[in-house]
Design a binder for this molecule. Structure first.
Ligand code: SFD
Ligand code: AMP
Length: 667
């Protein structure tokens, strides 16, 4: 089929605005807000202009939109080296230890700021039991900064009253942007509901000169010209067919706002990816995707098969895991715990159950023993409320499912289940870009550092949060801290390259024509059929997404095949994906919502392609419980204890993949 072009013969040309700034921050999530807060501190003094663009409303955008009930990375009394070892164990031995160490030494400062900005953090009471954030304030407990003792659910996690977490963090970012606006005289430097579509290279052939996008509310297109950029638009969800289909479609654990834009942007700019074969398959409360961490760590609940057996302690499963995956299996990290759960499920021993009644009864007994019947019962009531609030604070749908299905956690168990795969780099996953480390940590090898912290292999393009590869377990606090690290380095980069004047390769007319092409295609062909969703001349976003999900699910190790794939499956799937990519030239949009869905799906296609090509390249099963190569179902340290890096050439649609040496910096 001939490639369509947009001449605005069928749809109206939108207004195109060029915004010039020094630093552009893409994404207003945890990393983006951290970046804005830090960048403005340095930029204001120098009169540099900082702009933040978010596809949603920053107050409630990204993964923390609903809130959270724990901060999963707070180092506190622990050693930063131990944090590095913990992350290395959980991610099966291969991480960028310089990035993780750097994160660990800075993350607490972000958490202390959150508390200063108004986030209630739980504290240890005088009786040794927990006080929630409000009780702690009433009891006059010290802030973390002043030496207060947080309630730890795990070694690295602390409990919060976090329903308004994102609003609090966004407020600080918005205030910082406002101060920058006042200093530099910019009319606007915070753009909400503007979706970034792609990078435009500079005429010099090396830098990225602009990021282009469109408003999701008005017929407006933007070209943001910047001397440096921070990409903080997170990972990718809804690439694989989700477990919730039909009436439940759209319900996932990872936020539906994250459609792989971060990966697509960097890939189109030519930035190198690392460990893109990695993915995250969280074990979650079934159907509502409620997180399990608080139940395992804070309530000390056990998950068992339906006969009450602890599948992680099953000798047959465990010995087999050690035989295939070596000592990594003994570490019982997130992927391995999934693996053992899946073994039980495949043997028909499901459903897997979170034993919430037993956990709550044990806590209730401890309260009564220490505090007496009356006070103990009061404490127990509060704990029951906390059990609900854990979900009301961050996965409201799960609380609704409990209510709708008459589940009381102190009386009935709940099913847990491994979800569909997500691509991300800040939770227990590490798929993302290869970035420079700070370079000042003892033992850093040369190939880990090239000048500016968190800069990708494209000069002036920085990465933060979920899009950074090989350094997971940052979570909300670490992503904020990483945004700050990237911002500080990006400001230094701008000052060091003061003469650089971005010159985008595309004209504003070309940009408008490319971004509005799906409108032109729709308007041109829509009367060919009586049902606009079905048309031989174009593909609408719903069909595009269904095809992508089917390919990913069936060929690249989704739930359809119990996360199993192989060389032959991947190659077959990649052929189909290539055809889908060709058909994406015929994406059609009837309105702005459709236009958003079209480009979101295009970003997903690129993200999934990178994922599949990396799985194909790594001939072992490094992450059992996340995915399996049926043809290489073992860990092969002799050949694959290394990073796998790739670079996509968008102009020629070609890929280069290579091995990059891993260096253990902390013994
Ligand atoms: O319980 C564009 N996470 C948890 N972290 C914790 O510290 N504690 C928890 O309790 C956590 N839990 C949890 C977590 C995540 C989710 C989804 C749930 C529960 C349900 C992890 C953290 O939330 C996560 O690590 C960070 O938020 C990652 O930060 P960042 O900045 O990389 O991603 P983001 O916050 O989602 O923000 C992305 C932003 O980009 C915008 N965006 N903007 C413009 N153009 C485009 N094309 C864009 N595409 C995306 C988004 O709008 C958003 O603002 S628990 O499970 O462990
Ligand atoms: P989750 O709710 O699964 O996202 O987990 C929240 C935090 O608890 C993360 O830091 C996880 O790594 C950790 N976590 C969850 N489940 C377990 C477990 N069974 N053992 C140890 N850590 C866990």
């Amino acid at each position: 089929m001939e490639k369509e072009t947009c001449t605005f013969s069928y749809c109206k040309r939108p207004e195109v605005t060029e915004v010039e700034c020094d630093l552009l921050i893409m994404g207003g999530g945890m990393a983006g807000c951290g970046a804005a807060y830090e960048a403005c501190r340095w930029a204001n003094e120098k009169g540099l202009k900082v702009v933040l663009v978010d596809k949603a409303a920053t107050d409630r955008s990204g993964a923390v939109a609903m809130g959270l009930s724990a901060i999963n990375t707070y180092v506190g009394e622990n050693k930063v080296e131990d944090y590095v070892k913990y992350v290395r164990n959980d991610l099966m031995g291969i991480i960028r230890e310089d990035l993780v160490f750097d994160l660990g030494r800075h993350v607490d400062n972000s958490v202390e700021l959150f508390e200063e900005w108004g986030l209630p953090i739980w504290k240890k009471g005088d009786d040794g039991f927990s006080l929630d954030g409000f009780q702690a304030a009433e009891a006059g407990k010290k802030s973390l900064k002043d030496g207060g003792t947080p309630v730890r659910s795990g070694k690295w996690q602390i409990m919060i009253n976090g329903e308004s977490y994102k609003v609090i963090v966004a407020e600080a970012a918005k205030k910082a942007l406002q101060s920058n606006r006042e200093k530099t005289g910019m009319a606007q430097n915070h753009f909400e509901r503007v979706f970034i579509v792609k990078a435009v290279k500079d005429t010099n052939g090396k830098d990225v000169a602009a990021a282009i996008g469109f408003s999701t509310r008005e017929n407006k297109i933007y070209s943001f010209k910047a001397k440096a950029m921070i990409c903080a638009t997170a990972g990718a969800v809804n690439c694989f067919r989700p477990r919730s289909v039909g009436e439940g479609m759209g319900r996932t654990w990872y936020p539906v706002f994250s459609s792989g834009s971060g990966y697509a942007f960097g890939m189109q700019a030519g930035a190198e990816l690392s460990l893109m074969e990695n993915r995250f398959v969280p074990a979650r409360f079934k159907d509502g995707y409620g997180p399990v961490g608080a139940w395992f760590l804070f309530f000390k609940a056990k998950a068992t098969d339906s006969f009450g057996n602890d599948y992680c302690a099953d000798k047959e499963y465990f010995d087999d895991a050690v035989a295939r995956y070596g000592d990594y299996a003994k570490g019982l990290g997130t992927a391995i715990r999934n693996h053992l759960m899946m073994r039980a499920m495949k043997d028909g021993r499901g459903p897997i159950l979170m034993q919430t009644p037993a956990a709550m009864a044990a806590l209730g007994a401890a309260f009564k023993e220490k505090l007496g019947d009356k006070e103990g019962a009061k404490k127990m009531k509060h704990l029951e409320a906390e059990a609900w609030e854990d979900f009301l604070d961050m996965a409201i749908g799960q609380a609704s499912i409990w209510a709708a299905t008459n589940i009381e956690p102190d009386k009935s168990t709940s099913e847990i289940m491994p979800t569909e795969p997500y691509l991300l780099g800040s939770h227990a996953g590490c798929a993302g870009f290869w970035v420079s480390g700070p370079g000042d940590i003892a033992g850093t090898p040369e190939h880990y550092s090239w000048g500016y912290n968190r800069m990708s292999t494209v000069p002036g393009l920085f990465m933060a949060g979920d899009v950074v590869g090989a350094s997971g377990h940052k979570f909300s606090s670490g992503s904020h801290a990483e945004g700050r690290l990237a911002a500080k380095a990006a400001i230094a980069y701008i000052l060091d390259h003061a003469d650089y004047k971005p010159a985008p390769k595309m004209s504003l007319d070309e940009i408008a024509a490319e971004l509005y092409l799906p409108f032109e295609i729709y308007e041109k062909h829509k009367t060919y059929t009586t049902e606009p969703g079905v048309n031989p001349n174009y593909i609408g976003p719903k069909a595009l997404q269904a095809r992508l999900m089917k390919i990913a699910d069936e060929y690249f190790g989704g739930v359809a095949t119990w996360y199993m794939t192989s060389k032959t499956m991947l190659e077959e799937g990649l052929k189909k994906l290539e055809m889908l990519k060709e058909d994406a030239n015929k994406m059609a949009a009837k309105d702005l919502h459709d236009l958003l869905r079209c480009f979101e799906n295009y970003h997903r296609i690129l993200s999934v392609e990178a994922h599949a090509r990396h799985i194909l390249f790594r001939e072992e099963s490094r992450y059992p419980g996340y995915y399996y190569r049926g043809d290489y179902n073992k860990i092969d340290d002799a050949n694959w204890k290394c990073f796998t890096n790739s670079r996509y050439d968008a102009e020629n649609n070609t890929w280069e993949l290579k091995k990059v040496p891993y260096v253990q910096m902390f013994k």
